[in-house]
Design a protein around this ligand. Sequence first.
Ligand code: FAD
Length: 453
Amino acid sequence: MPVKSKYDFNDLTKKLGGQKMPLCNFCGTCIGICPSGALTSDYEAGKPVFDESRCTQCSLCYLHCQGIKVDFSELDAKFKGGDKFDTYLKSYKKCFLGHSEDDQVRRKGASGGSVTRLLVYMLEKKIVDGVILPRNKPDQKWLFRPEIVTDIKTVKASSQSKYCLIPTNEILKTLKDKKGKYAIVALPCQIHSLRKLQNEGNKHAQKIEYILALICGHNMEYGATTFGMKKLKIHKEDVIDVKYREHGDWPGGLSFHLKNGERKGINFFNYHYLNAVYLPNRCRLCPDYYGNYSDISFGDSWLVRLLGRGMNERGLPKGWSSIIVRTQKGLSLIESAQKDGAMHLEEIEPAEIHESFPFNISYKLNGIFIRLKLARKKPEFIGLQKPEKLDRYFYHFIYNIVLIIGASRAFRFFLSIMPLNFNLFLIKNFKKLMGYKPNARDMVLKYNEKSNV
Ligand SMILES: Cc1cc2nc3c(=O)[nH]c(=O)nc-3n(C[C@H](O)[C@H](O)[C@H](O)COP(=O)(O)OP(=O)(O)OC[C@H]3O[C@@H](n4cnc5c(N)ncnc54)[C@H](O)[C@@H]3O)c2cc1C
């Protein structure tokens, strides 16, 4: 029985920045753990909805909100997954480059199809009773919500990254009525709350046996998807599926599947760079890139040396995953998947993981300290380790201003009346102005750039 305390959701809202709640990125934790059903999801707005009449002031929402506070020293102390340490990866056991050995899964995946293949493997081998991943809302197919999936066909159909706010931790509510063991795919911020709950002995969170993280540079508000629909003159009611990494060749752009069988899309760059406009404030203030508290973290791999390997019939590269294994449980799982022919793995050193992400290491893992310093409203991060020397102070300062202007209503309106690739034009020129040096990722993307706009 929850004990009454001084905090309720109204206090939480105030701390998150009032009505607009800029420090909420709809992770779903408050909705998932509310014992009285006072919190539900508004999927389209990307916000929890509060019914004050049902609130018992138990404080659970307040105490587990990662927009309010993350105690990294507590997480680090209780979550000692790996026996090795890297400044950026934190605790880990082994790093790999990899992909699904099932070529169809690889081609349909966001990177190497590794997450989907591993989830399928867990179901095939009955290692878990179900896997938790985002699925289209049955009545509003352009939106996503977390579901427990037990059939392999659905897991395969759910591959690819969803670059929109999904309240993954809302699933804790469903887990209350379930027995068994589950695997979840979640973003670093969502994992902060899940691990906190697991550490505290929350029995529903403890049903999650495996946490697979998606490495995360940022997420995007649902407005970015709507922007794509408007530019392509699509009505949301006509949408039966949204794929964020499908249009054109790999890495693939935003694609809408329509009721009439048509598919319309915009290329990777045109969607990807909307992050400067639809970036949730909480993502601008996030210090965890590599999903530091997962069992295994997965991201893209943009190594130039992979370019000659694994081309499709049009001579374009197939996806590879950067994989960071953090726990013994994660390592045993992925190595048995390799032994059974489900996964292709090549062990690498952390340096080759970082080589794919020079921008994100600089922007997210160094720039965060500058953004936090400049932010008036911010989460309380305890025990966050600062690098010895912060790089490119001026660049991060200017970029922070660009992100704030980008997210303003005025700029969003301006962009909505400009041609589709105007934002891409702005970002490219801004990068040039700031002396941005092309990296491995830019070289890989050059292959794809001309495929479609
Ligand atoms: C918001 C976001 C930001 C990202 N930023 C980066 C980045 O900066 N650098 C980088 O290298 N990689 C990033 N990724 C991860 C990358 O895009 C791929 O998801 C990852 O490499 C796994 O690819 P895969 O082919 O192995 O997975 P797939 O086989 O395509 O499977 C992906 C699985 O993840 C699930 N999933 C997709 N989106 C979400 C979501 N939002 N929440 C929970 N589950 C989800 C899918 O349902 C599917 O089960 C990001 C992903 C997301 C969603």
